[in-house]
Design a protein around this ligand. Structure first.
Ligand code: C5P
Length: 319
């Protein structure tokens, strides 16, 4: 429990993780499978306002728009939605909820509060049915990784989880953001099912995140962390928090920084236990959380009891 208390204060390092997680982090650093070459400088002295304003100024949401090769050559201009994600809600949302899939949300009774927000973001295959009391039932947007789109176990085609919501998919690309290399060798080939889904559901907003956006987020995390972080993309959770900060005037994030209910249960909807889900192995999740903790403007009491962090939206902040 002392780790949790320290995380709430933003006072933890990877040295405090269990040896298995430390070993996993080290192995990812050595493998550097996405060819990360960090050229920025480390600057962990920023105040929370400065950090917030860095994020706002330096990171721009970008999706594949068919303007660049190889997508331009492959005729993707007609596959992607005509309205870009930035322009989908030109006036933005008021208050938004980001609902993490952590097991700790079980028995939270947060469902009602979550559904009271103007927009709700969920991740991957996290269901609402059967869990309404704790997670609510409203879904405005879903961020999905490329495994969801490609692995038949998730029934991406046909599963109602992925209908009537804005879909935002991503796949780890080389740090260079070389789109040719990525297209030829994605982690999971989401490109073919994306085009199929677009042609069958032309009215559903469905985007693929641009690797440049994902790696810009990674750069900010590394710049503001004293330790070397895993050279792998940030988690869907961090990507989602940023997207909602761009679209909403206020963002309420649930069970990202764990509440007092913290558990090794990976997801509220599965029986699998692994501390890596909350603290990170592949993703630089611990460092993402430390950044989010630094920017929290919500009540400490809400963090402890609800696992809730409140962040201002970019439009409502003076930078
Ligand atoms: O596991 P999955 O990526 O689908 O979960 C969605 C997001 O929720 C993660 O990317 C991570 O940011 C967050 N999460 C967490 N703790 C967990 C499980 C998920 O912080 N135990």
């Amino acid at each position: 429990k002392s780790f949790l208390f320290r995380l709430w204060r933003g006072d933890v390092s990877s040295k405090m993780l269990n040896p298995r997680l430390q070993k996993a982090m080290k192995d990812y650093l050595n493998a550097n499978k996405h060819g990360v070459k960090f050229r920025g400088k480390q600057n962990s002295q920023l105040t929370s306002e400065q950090l917030f304003c860095e994020l706002k100024a330096r990171v721009k949401i970008r999706t594949i728009d068919g303007e660049e090769a190889p997508f331009s050559v492959l005729g993707w201009k007609k596959h992607v939605p005509q309205t870009s994600l930035n322009k989908l809600y030109p006036r933005g949302f008021g208050s938004c909820a980001v609902v993490m899939s952590a097991g700790a949300i079980l028995n939270s009774s947060l469902g009602h509060e979550i559904d009271s927000h103007d927009a709700v973001l969920r991740f991957n295959s996290a269901p609402t049915k059967g869990y309404e009391k704790d997670v609510g039932n409203k879904t405005t947007m879903r961020i999905i990784n490329s495994q969801i789109v490609t692995n038949p176990n998730y029934h991406f085609v046909g599963n109602s989880l992925y209908k009537d919501v804005i879909l935002v998919a991503w796949d780890p690309a080389p740090y260079s953001s070389n789109l040719d290399k990525w297209y030829k060798n994605p982690d999971y080939n989401l490109f073919t099912p994306y085009v199929q889904h677009r042609s069958k559901n032309p009215n559903q907003p469905f985007y693929i995140l641009h690797p440049k956006f994902i790696w810009q987020l990674w750069d900010i995390i590394q710049e503001n962390t004293k330790e070397k972080i895993q050279p792998n993309p940030p988690s869907s959770g961090f990507i989602g928090i940023f997207i909602m900060m761009s679209m909403c005037s206020e963002v309420h994030v649930y069970e990202y920084i764990p509440s007092i209910r913290q558990t090794d249960l990976c997801h509220y909807h599965e029986h699998y236990h692994d501390a890596a889900c909350t603290l990170g192995a592949y993703h630089p999740l611990l460092y993402e959380k430390l950044l989010v903790q630094r920017m929290n403007t919500g009540l400490k009491e809400d963090l402890y009891r609800k696992g809730k962090v409140v962040l201002p939206g970019f439009r409502s902040a003076r930078c």
